[in-house]
Design a protein around this ligand. Structure first.
Ligand code: IMP
Length: 200
């Protein structure tokens, strides 16, 4: 029965978003908090394979319960790109701003701006891998809006919303996000597999 779960990331935004869903029954800790300083490769063609690679890598290093997530922005008019390449869409330097520019440039003159964020969470639990998916449908705005969040947040507006993710507070984004949906499935799994009072 763990009281802590290692999250194979060093993205503080992601840790904050997932901790908000899991609640305080389990403490989510990042790689730097357990002294692991590696850049885990994401060499595969799918979010599912990359998520598995990350969780298995950290499990091999620590032997402790751990999970990872991989997220992609899938834009319909770009044939699902940037997708699995979201972090490095404009190059290896992982520049959020350049990535956004590339998406906006690719959509110039296109009517269909439909897109979704898709998250895959992979957890290694008792040595066995389990995966959970979360999807948030929306559209790509014509220009950046807002300063909050990270990554593609300034150009993504979820269905039914009037503001971009970057114009929302963490709480507002968390209420509807892809990551929350995947994390909610993770919480259900943890609830069914532990007896430490997690509330789904
Ligand atoms: P990864 O899951 O860290 O590999 O993220 C892939 C890319 O998608 C990175 O460029 C992230 O900044 C971006 N990304 C992941 N999650 C989100 C999100 O919730 N909002 C905006 N961009 C995101």
């Amino acid at each position: 029965m763990p009281t802590t779960l290692i999250f194979a990331t060093n993205n503080a935004h992601k840790v904050e978003e997932i901790q908000a869903v899991i609640g305080d029954a389990i403490e989510v800790i990042s790689l730097s908090a357990v002294g692991i300083d590696i850049d885990i490769p994401e060499p595969h063609a799918t979010l599912e394979e990359n998520a598995r690679e990350k969780s298995q890598t950290i499990y091999r290093l620590t032997g402790l319960p751990c999970f990872s997530e991989d997220t992609g922005l899938e834009v319909d008019a770009l044939n699902g790109e940037p997708g699995v390449k979201s972090a490095r869409y404009a190059g290896e330097h992982r520049d959020f701003s350049a990535n956004i520019e590339k998406v906006l440039a690719g959509l110039e003159g296109k009517e269909n701006r439909g897109a979704r964020f898709r998250t895959v969470i992979s957890i290694i639990w008792d040595g066995i891998e389990h995966q959970f998916e979360g999807i948030c449908e929306g559209e790509i705005l014509r220009e950046r809006r807002g300063e909050k969040g990270f990554g593609y947040d300034p150009i993504f507006m979820a269905d039914g919303e009037t503001r971009s993710f970057a114009e929302m507070t963490t709480q507002e984004k968390t209420a509807i996000s892809h990551r929350t949906k995947a994390a909610s499935e993770l919480v259900k799994f943890l609830k069914n597999n532990t007896n430490n009072g997690i509330h789904a």
